[in-house]
Design a protein around this ligand. Structure first.
Ligand SMILES: CC(C)(COP(=O)(O)OP(=O)(O)OC[C@H]1O[C@@H](n2cnc3c(N)ncnc32)[C@H](O)[C@@H]1OP(=O)(O)O)[C@@H](O)C(=O)NCCC(=O)NCCS
Length: 168
């Protein structure tokens, strides 16, 4: 979609990030939580990610630079020294902006940033029924390397987690 760009997130983007997050909590199985987030929690999350040197990026329309079309980030995969070269990422696109290449552009930016940081691997933890996200990741060169049955639960339903991995 011409007309959007991916930039580092700032505090003015937090309400937009929160709205996308909370929609995913309410309406989807892409975040395994039934509790909406607050602006304070998103603020703290942004500070922690930035403090650790991890990216938080947003897709915006330059004409309305505070409106968030989508966002992505990565952080610690598992908190032991042996995993220091691996990160776990996430990508979310506002329902109104989906299927226009926004998710692909955010994911490509995260891959670039991870390479720039000298990392070895990126891991996405995806609900096994999330065909859109699995297709997005396959297109970006991720492969399914794990399928954990029944490890999640939301809205009374048992959920399977797929790990998709890209070696950098
Ligand atoms: C998954 C998600 C990030 C994709 O973002 P998007 O901006 O809509 O995707 P793009 O337009 O960049 O599409 C890139 C590719 O992803 C795949 N894809 C995206 N949406 C799809 C859908 N609804 N069904 C099947 N494939 C889909 C396609 O392979 C697509 O390539 P194509 O357009 O050439 O067919 C978006 O649907 C979303 O935010 N969903 C809710 C949250 C979520 O599931 N996040 C991922 C958590 S792991």
């Amino acid at each position: 979609m011409p007309g959007f760009e991916v930039v580092d997130a700032g505090e003015t983007h937090l309400p937009g990030i929160m709205a996308i997050f909370n929609h995913a909590v309410r309406e989807t199985f892409s975040i395994w939580s039934e509790t909406e987030t607050t602006l304070e929690q998103r603020k703290a999350w942004l500070a922690v990610r930035r403090g650790a040197g991890f990216p938080v990026v947003v897709a915006i329309d330059p004409a309305n630079p505070d409106d968030v079309l989508g966002y992505g980030s990565f952080g610690v995969f598992r908190d032991f020294p042996g995993y220091v070269k691996t990160v776990e990422h996430s990508v979310y696109v506002s329902p109104a902006a989906q299927r226009r290449g926004v998710g692909r552009a955010i994911l490509a930016t995260l891959v670039q940033r991870a390479k720039g940081l000298g990392l070895s691997a990126m891991v996405g933890g995806i609900d096994s029924a999330n065909a859109a996200s699995i297709a997005l990741h396959e297109q970006a060169g991720f492969e399914i390397q794990g399928n954990l049955k029944g490890v999640g639960r939301k809205f009374g339903k048992s959920l399977d987690l797929v790990f998709m991995v890209k070696a950098l």
